[in-house]
Design a protein. Structure first.
Length: 405
């Protein structure tokens, strides 16, 4: 029975501090979960093999990004399709693949200046290292033509031996493209860099959009040749409208378009202010609920009953009437009677005789009753003065009556 009483009467195994820690950790875990849900796709590595700006493989264009950046040209990788038809002064570079891009290109309202880079190579990703190209192969001409014919339905692709030098509007270059330099032939396109058998670069007749037939001048493998890098820098600067204009490498055609995420929006400008305000309000409500203990207190009576209430009300009336300082003589008389009763003083003694007896009863170095009495015969100068004299008299009373209580 004793053991049962002890177990039943024990306190809760969770103290207030433990509950607070559990709630805090749970709240942080929930917040981190929301953040990871919102930004999870952003945290994934985008360096996977392929002809896109994030790829560091031989067919990728991360080398182009670094080259332009190293030369002081403002360059960004875009994940927003809207930028392709809204940024008029930015040079937009689109690197294509032959797989499923025709519909996106037909729907796109691309504004110049822009450079469209045709595909030439295909490959397989290394399953052990996704950022590497395990095997590459040259695409069939028909595969490249399916993308090119979005701009000209009669255009064709040819592969030729690279000439000793390329004469271009932006200089002469000894480009290294091997025996399979890719060129295009199209009657409706304006020739910019002609070679024997076709055009290395052509332009849409009514728009400031250029088409580069061979991507080996721009991809990471091709930029390993210094002359190809020189050609690329000169071409980019020639197509740009101004020397301060930025370059944009598009990644949306390769599946990297940033989706509209509601959780990201609430933590992004301009909604982050409202989100923080709502979070602060939530924390304040939680704190208010955590600090309240037990049931709400019942409403009290407008006018309390009992001796304590009567005393409090009387004191309040005296304070409202500013009569506290006039209580000094009355308090002196009250303490005199209480002390005389406590020490058993004869009732026949006068106030003077009683005061003399009290002086004899106190210690020699203690404050005398007659001194305290003289200070309380008249109303006090202020409320603070009254409190000081009343405390001194009360301490004297306790010392005198200590041995008689």
């Amino acid at each position: 029975m004793a053991e049962a009483r002890q177990v039943g009467g024990g306190g809760s195994p969770f103290s207030g501090n433990v509950v607070g820690i559990i709630l805090g950790v749970s709240g942080l875990a929930f917040l981190f979960l929301m953040v990871f849900i919102a930004w999870g796709p952003e945290l994934q590595s985008r360096d996977r093999a392929g002809p896109h700006p994030y790829s560091t493989s031989a067919l990728g264009y991360q080398g182009l990004f670094r080259l332009l950046e190293a030369r002081g040209i403002p360059v960004t990788i875009s994940r927003s399709a809207r930028r392709l038809d809204t940024e008029y002064s930015t040079l937009k570079i689109l690197t294509l693949t032959p797989y499923g891009m025709e519909a996106a290109l037909e729907e796109m309202d691309l504004v110049g200046p822009a450079l469209v880079v045709l595909p030439k190579w295909g490959g397989y990703t290394d399953p052990q290292k996704p950022s590497w190209q395990e095997e590459t192969y040259i695409l069939r001409s028909e595969q490249v033509e399916s993308v090119l014919q979005v701009f000209d339905s009669d255009a064709g692709i040819w592969r030729l031996r690279t000439p000793a030098s390329l004469k271009t509007p932006f200089g002469k270059f000894d480009a290294v493209l091997g025996d399979d330099m890719q060129v295009l032939r199209a009657d409706s396109l304006v020739s910019i860099v002609p070679v024997a058998g076709g055009d290395l670069i052509a332009k849409l007749p009514d728009r400031d959009v250029y088409i580069l037939a061979d991507p080996d001048l721009l991809n990471t493998s091709g930029l390993a040749e210094a002359e190809n890098a020189r050609f690329t820098l000169a071409m980019v600067n020639w197509i740009r409208w101004g020397s301060d204009d930025a370059v944009l490498l598009d990644a949306t055609l390769h599946g990297f378009e940033r989706s509209e995420n509601l959780l990201q929006m609430v933590f992004d400008i301009p909604f982050v202010g409202a989100t923080l305000a709502a979070l602060a309000a939530f924390l304040m409500i939680g704190w208010a609920g955590a600090v309240r203990f037990g049931a709400p207190l019942p409403e009290e009576r407008a006018f309390a009953l009992g001796k304590q209430a009567l005393t409090d009300n009387t004191a309040g009336l005296i304070a409202m009437g500013r009569r506290e300082t006039r209580l000094a003589p009355g308090y002196l008389s009250l303490i005199r009677r209480a002390t005389a009763k406590a020490v058993g003083a004869p009732r026949s003694l006068t106030e003077t005789e009683l005061a003399q007896m009290f002086d004899r009863m106190g210690a020699e170095d203690a404050e005398k009753f007659t001194q305290l009495e003289a200070s309380l015969h008249q109303p006090a100068a202020s409320r603070e003065d009254l409190m000081d004299k009343a405390r001194r008299l009360w301490r004297w009373h306790k010392e005198i009556t200590h041995g008689h209580s």
